[in-house]
Design a protein around this ligand. Structure first.
Ligand code: FO1
Length: 303
C-alpha cells in the first residue's frame, strides 16, 4: 500500500489481520529533525496504529501518553510547538541512534516494527532525505516553510501557493520498494492527502512509472468524500492547487498510474464521470470509522 499517515494506517490495520504478505510504502516527506532527533510521523503513525497503541483521539502518538520531557523543554523556552510524548520520544531516540550508527531509515524502521511484533513490511519510500516544503501566502507575503510548520505550526490554516519535495531529484527508492510494487498481487493507494502524502512518495525516481506499468491492478481509495476530506487539509490544498476537489478530481489526478478508484456511496453519482476518464470506479462505504466498513472495504480492495 502506497501510504501517508492516519488514513493509510487505518486501512493498513484492516489488512494487517487478513493479508499475510503486507507491505506499506510510506511517505517520509513529513520527516524532520527536532531537538536533534530524527522524527518520522507517517512511519510512526502506521506502527502505532497497527500495534493498537496509537492515541485514538489524536490519531498520532501513543495512547496514555505523558509529556514530562516537553514540560522541561517548555520550562527552558525550547521548541514546544511540536508535542513529543515521553514514550514517543523513545522511538525517536532509538531511530536517531541507529541512523547515527549508519543504519538506513528502512533498517531502523524494520527494527521498530519488530519491536511491536507487527506482521508487515514497512518501507520508507526512500532512505535519502526528502522534505515536503510548502509555500504559503499571508496577506501577500510569501514564504516557504516545512510541512510540519505548515501542518502543526500554522494548523494548516493558511493559503498555500506551491508544494515542493526537497531532495526528490536525488532521492532513490529504498531497497525493495520498486520490487514490492512490481511483485504485489494488488497495489492500494491509501486515502491519504494526494498533494502532501501521496505525491511525495510518487516523486521518488521510478515509483510513479513502476505503478503506471501495472496500472490495471492499482486501486486507489478516494480521500475526498462529498467534496471534503474527513481529516486534514486535502480538500483545501486541492482547491488551492487548482484541482477539482472531488472524487473525480482525485481519479483524474491519479489516472496515469491508478486504474481503479474506490469512492464512497455518497458520491455514487460521480461514478460515470470517473469511468469516462478510463478509470474503473467502485462505489462502496469508505468511512472506516463506521462499524464493519473497514473489513468490507478491505474485502472490496482485494477482489
Ligand atoms: N500533529 C499535531 O497536530 N500536533 C502535534 O504536536 C503533533 C506532534 C506529533 C509528534 C509525533 C508524530 O509522529 C506526529 C505528530 N503530529 C502532530 C501529527 C503529524 O504532524 C501528522 O501525523 C503528519 O505529519 C501528517 O500526516
Amino acid at each position: 500500500m502506497v501510504s501517508g499517515g492516519v488514513g493509510a494506517a487505518r486501512l493498513l490495520r484492516g489488512f494487517h489481520r487478513s493479508v499475510d504478505e503486507l507491505t506499506a510504502i510510506a511517505n517520509v516527506g513529513d520527516d524532520m529533525t527536532l531537538h536533534g532527533l530524527q522524527i518520522s510521523p507517517d512511519l510512526d503513525t502506521i506502527v502505532y496504529t497497527l500495534a493498537d497503541a496509537v492515541s485514538s483521539e489524536r490519531g498520532w502518538g501513543l495512547e496514555g501518553e505523558t509529556w514530562k520531557a516537553m514540560e522541561m523543554v517548555t520550562r527552558y523556552g525550547g521548541e514546544d510547538w511540536f508535542s513529543l510524548g515521553d514514550r514517543d520520544l523513545g522511538t525517536h531516540l532509538f531511530r536517531t541512534q541507529r541512523l547515527s550508527e549508519g543504519a538506513t531509515l528502512a533498517e531502523a524502521t524494520a527494527e521498530i516494527v519488530r519491536g511491536w511484533d507487527l506482521h508487515l513490511r514497512l518501507l520508507p519510500v526512500s532512505n535519502d532525505r526528502l522534505r515536503t516544503m510548502v509555500t504559503i501566502d499571508q496577506e501577500g507575503a510569501r514564504s516557504e516553510i516545512s510541512f510540519q510548520e505548515y501542518f502543526v505550526g500554522r494548523q494548516h490554516d493558511v493559503d498555500v501557493t506551491a508544494v515542493r519535495f526537497d531532495g526528490a531529484s536525488s532521492a532513490r527508492p529504498a531497497p525493495g520498494v520498486l520490487d514490492a510494487i512490481t511483485a504485489a498481487d494488488r497495489v492500494v493507494v491509501a486515502p491519504s492527502n494526494p498533494l502532501v502524502s501521496i505525491d511525495p512518495v510518487l516523486s521518488v525516481a521510478g515509483v510513479r512509472s513502476t505503478l503506471a506499468a501495472r496500472r490495471e491492478s492499482v486501486v486507489g481509495v478516494s480521500p475526498i468524500i462529498a467534496g471534503a476530506a474527513l481529516k486534514g487539509p486535502a480538500a483545501r490544498l486541492m482547491t488551492e492547487m487548482g484541482l477539482e476537489c472531488s472524487a473525480v478530481g482525485v481519479a483524474r489526478y491519479y489516472a496515469d498510474f491508478c486504474g481503479t478508484m474506490v469512492i464512497d456511496t455518497v458520491d455514487a453519482a460521480l461514478a460515470a464521470d470517473i469511468e469516462a476518464l478510463g478509470v474503473r470506479c467502485i462505489v462502496t462505504d469508505t468511512i472506516m470509522s463506521e462499524p464493519g466498513v473497514l473489513d468490507s472495504l478491505c474485502e472490496t480492495l482485494l477482489h
